[in-house]
Design a protein around this ligand. Structure first.
Ligand code: PMP
Length: 412
């Protein structure tokens, strides 16, 4: 079968990193869920955009017009990538966190959410005093509880992750959209971990708002998206007051522009947005199912290999509809931070450890911290096997060691 790796290459796959014994090795990047490496075509495109860089939106020069067209055309790329409705609006933000900050400021009523969310989709609502429901031991029971809550007291918005950044588990978006809509609420989805892994169809699934980040989608840091229904965004106070968000200003008063300009005050991140748009187009052009098959294959291999080592991935719901390419786990007797440091020091493997900006979820799962391995289009069977063999060696290794690492390498 054609793997995405054969169709799309990412940059940095030949990076070499220092090991604690003074040697070096190829870097094994198993931390795509935090920030994915850029696609080679995206990196190339960034170079092109920088080479013909000029002021955006109000410039009269030719290159300003090119830059403005590139920026505005990126909205079309996002619209098509997520299957947005014709009247949806695409607002460019800094990242998912920024997108939820904007949505929370624009939501005209109460929101309901679960305690399994990344802090990006938890803290803006917590700050408003919205309702946070406890997840139940099964997805079915959780959805029943959500529906009961909406029946008890209506809300303007239900907001939920499309895929968990801790367990990888997906949520059934059409079902949740039905529940929300039946009770007069809209549905917002945190797509930070979903967009890089699965096709998204806002119109088809009934999702009203979606947020995601360019840096998890094979583009650079600094550009993200909030896409969805126009009316709330047109009616809301501007997220940031300043130039570009207005139609007319006197010293006494300001007439604000409609969305998206209304929420994009200040000079926008044209390079980041153009890169994000290119990444959307590249992913959309992959043969249907190629990405899902590739990740499924790697995930199965990792989960089976972990099982052989007696390691069980963290899971929330036995009845979730599958998971994206990330697996979090703990190793008996070795703190997560030590496992991650060992993988880097002795094997040049990059994973993430800790609580993944989802503290309530880690509490619910009953672990103080975990290790997370995550992958995507540039990942290979060899990457997974390296991790498994390093973890296999760890059990024979004891825990009487400590490592100190900085950007220059390993401290003696
Ligand atoms: N939601 C989820 C599910 C995430 O994994 C992340 C990134 N860890 C975010 C939101 C926040 O993304 P960003 O840091 O780009 O705002």
């Amino acid at each position: 079968s054609i793997t995405p790796t054969a169709l799309l290459s990412v940059v940095g796959t030949d990076a070499r990193v220092p090991l604690v014994d003074g040697g070096e090795t190829r870097y094994t990047n198993l931390d795509y869920a935090a920030s994915a490496p850029a696609l080679a075509t995206v990196a190339e495109h960034v170079g092109e955009v920088l080479a013909s860089y000029a002021s955006v939106h109000r410039g009269a020069g030719y290159l300003s017009r090119v830059c403005t067209a590139l920026y505005e055309d990126a909205r079309a790329a996002v619209t098509s990538f997520v299957g947005a409705r014709g009247d949806d609006v695409v607002v460019f933000t800094r990242h998912t966190t920024d997108a939820f900050g904007l949505l929370a400021s624009a939501t005209p009523g109460e929101a309901v959410l679960l305690d399994i969310e990344h802090h990006a989709n938890l803290l803006p609502w917590q700050r408003r005093g919205d309702r946070v429901l406890a997840a139940r031991p099964t997805l079915a029971a959780t959805l029943d509880a959500l529906e009961a809550e909406l029946r008890r007291r209506p809300a303007a918005l239900v907001t939920v992750t499309g895929a968990s950044n801790v367990t990888g588990e997906r949520t059934p978006l059409p079902t949740i959209a039905d529940i929300a809509h039946r009770h007069g609420a809209r549905l917002a989805v945190d797509g930070a971990q979903l967009a890089p892994h699965r096709p998204i169809d806002l119109a088809g699934t009934g999702v009203d708002y979606l947020a995601f980040s360019g840096h998890k989608l094979y583009a650079p840091y600094g550009a993200g998206v909030l896409v969805g229904r126009r009316d709330w965004l047109d009616a809301a106070e501007p997220y940031l007051a300043g130039g570009g968000a207005v139609t007319d200003v006197t010293v006494a008063a300001t007439a604000w522009a409609p969305a998206p300009a209304r929420h994009e005050a200040g000079t926008p991140n044209v390079v980041g947005v153009a890169a994000l748009a290119r990444a959307c187009r590249e992913l959309a052009a992959l043969p249907a199912g190629a990405l899902v098959d590739h990740e499924h294959h790697l995930r199965e291999r990792l989960v089976d290999g972990l099982a052989a080592l007696g390691i069980t991935p963290l899971r929330l719901w036995p009845d979730s509809p599958g998971a994206v390419g990330l697996v979090a786990f703990t190793v008996d007797g070795v703190p997560a931070g030590k496992v991650a440091a060992y993988l880097s020091a002795e094997h040049g493997i990059g994973v993430r450890d800790g609580r993944f900006c989802a503290h309530p979820l880690l509490d619910r799962l009953g672990v103080p911290a975990a290790v997370r391995a995550s992958f995507g289009v540039g990942s290979t069977v060899e990457d997974v096997d390296r991790l498994l063999s390093a973890l296999g060696a760890l059990s024979a290794r004891g825990t009487q060691w400590a490592y100190a690492q900085d950007s220059a390498g390993w401290a003696p």
